[in-house]
Design a protein around this ligand. Structure first.
Ligand code: GLN
Length: 494
């Protein structure tokens, strides 16, 4: 606990659990310093202690976790080689279907739903030897920026328990930041990995659209949704990404593009990399204390031989309205399947129509209903051209900004969020203020490119700042290389 009675309480991880990485776990297992079962038990003990005040996990899956751990221990005793993520305790956002474990998407409408299958990303983690500790809290159907839209109560930020962890993957970010898991999966539709990563002080990566299969992800906005990793180090982000990435016949939008070994490329030089700094991301609304940290981060990269270059991205101002038209339109269509017939909650009614109405009325929360109404309106005959079609055209212009800029520079650097973690309840009454939390992340989502948020110092000694590094389509390797150089040079603690 905090030394000063006035400082906000925090749940910073003890040195022991924070020290675990994919590589150090592997070494400890191979030298038999610890067994996978013992390590799993330690993590559950810590979850039991910390989760009541964090609310990061919604469901735990000890049966599956211990059987995965025992399988790893059996391989070790037989002297067999270990898979890439052997024994690594992982937390999984609750929008990812997980065989045999309740999966709710943070919604009452899916309370009690137990999927019969694993999402592809989950299955790949399983095959790679990861240990599934449980499912993490999130905004309902991944709609939100603070985790306060979860039907099961908000997550508390481990760095300051009276503050939000960001959203919508707040549970995954908080679990890693508090040392309750070594790696986690989140999803990012408009910023939901990068922004909670920034607010909790851990790296979080959005891969290129199509890089990771979406099969088994409960859809929010299908043309924007991505699955990606959180970890405490860039190397671990790379190690998880190289496991989950790649073509999947079960998702026609997954790309048939080779998956390099991201972890093997981390140490290559960053000298001479041209870093675009877009003026539009440093304008009004950016907390000056964040600006100062980001500028220090850019200064550090300059010392490493990178070349910061001013760039213009003139369509940035249209990104928030464009995103909220497209995302809500797709959500209204995707969420039509939750009708009381196929999954989860059913509230009986005298007629079929009444059953639908009552189920959806009781099952969905206020923000989800707001978005279904907005999206249905934007798609309705007579308004489609004015709203949805127009938004698609502006999306193309925003993507054009990225295409043009990536002819001149190798990567783009921006703040991840205009503000640090705000207080729980501070923005819940004003959906528009909440939507602005994503002002620097929705652009990359609309353009389909890849981005990572990296810790870049703290404001007032406690509140983490996030530096966003954006790369062209399928250039995750370049993004991670710069991120690793930044981390190695001390950028996380700048
Ligand atoms: N906060 C944004 C929204 O509410 C982004 C959510 C996300 O990326 N899933 O839509």
């Amino acid at each position: 606990m905090s030394a000063s009675p006035n400082a906000p309480a925090s749940a910073a991880p003890p040195a022991g659990s924070a020290a675990w990485t994919v590589a150090s776990i592997r070494r400890a297992l191979e030298s038999r310093k610890v067994s996978s079962r013992e390590l799993t038990k330690d993590f559950y003990a810590r979850i039991e202690r910390e989760n009541p005040r964090l609310n990061a996990f919604l469901a735990l899956s000890p049966e599956r976790a211990y059987s995965q751990a025992d399988a790893i221990d059996a391989r070790i005793s037989r002297g067999e080689p270990l898979p890439p993520l052997a024994g690594v305790p992982a937390a999984l956002k609750d929008v990812l279907n997980t065989r045999g474990t309740e999966t709710t998407a943070g919604s009452r409408i899916l309370k009690g739903y137990v999927p019969p299958y694993d999402a592809t990303a989950i299955e790949r983690l399983d095959r790679a030897g990861a240990i599934f500790l449980g499912k993490t809290n999130c905004d309902e159907f991944a709609m939100g920026s603070s985790n306060e839209n979860s039907a099961f109560g908000p997550v508390h930020n481990p760095v300051a328990l009276d503050r939000v962890p960001g959203g919508s993957s707040g549970g995954s970010a908080a679990a890693v930041a508090a040392g309750l898991a070594v790696v986690a999966l989140g999803t990012d539709t408009g910023g939901s990995i990068r922004q909670p990563g920034a607010l909790c002080g851990v790296p979080g990566m959005m891969p290129t659209y199509g890089r990771v299969s979406r099969y088994g992800l409960i859809a929010f906005a299908s043309s924007l949704d991505r699955i990606g990793p959180f970890a405490r180090t860039v190397e671990d982000v790379a190690r998880v990404l190289e496991v989950i990435a790649g073509r999947d016949p079960l998702d026609a939008t997954s790309a048939d593009h080779p998956v390099p070994s991201y972890s093997a490329g981390l140490d290559a030089s960053v000298e001479g990399l041209r870093l675009g700094i877009p003026a539009e991301y440093f304008a009004e609304g950016l907390d000056p204390a964040i600006r100062q940290k980001i500028e220090a981060g850019i200064g550090l990269l300059k010392k490493l031989g990178c070349v910061p270059t001013p760039i213009a991205m003139p369509h940035t101002a249209y990104a928030i309205p464009t995103y909220y038209l497209i995302a809500t339109a797709e959500a209204s269509s995707n969420l039509a399947r939750f009708d009381g017939v196929r999954y989860g909650l059913r509230v009986p009614g005298a007629t079929l129509g009444e059953m639908y109405r009552k189920t959806r009325g009781a099952g969905f929360g206020a923000e989800v209903k707001r978005r279904i109404m907005l999206g249905t309106y934007a798609l309705s005959a007579g308004y489609y051209d004015a709203f949805y079609l127009k938004a698609q055209k502006v999306r193309t212009l925003i993507k054009g900004d990225f295409d043009r800029v990536f002819q001149q520079v190798d990567l783009i650097l921006t703040p991840t969020s205009p503000v640090t973690a705000f207080r729980l309840g501070e923005r819940t009454e004003d959906p528009l203020a909440m939507y602005l939390a994503d002002i620097y992340t929705v652009t990359g989502s609309l353009a389909g490119v890849t981005g990572i948020s990296l810790p870049c110092g703290k404001v007032c000694g406690t509140l983490p700042v996030g530096l966003q590094v954006i790369g062209p389509h399928f250039e995750e390797g370049r993004v991670l290389r710069l991120a690793h150089a930044f981390e190695t040079a001390g950028g996380f603690e700048i």
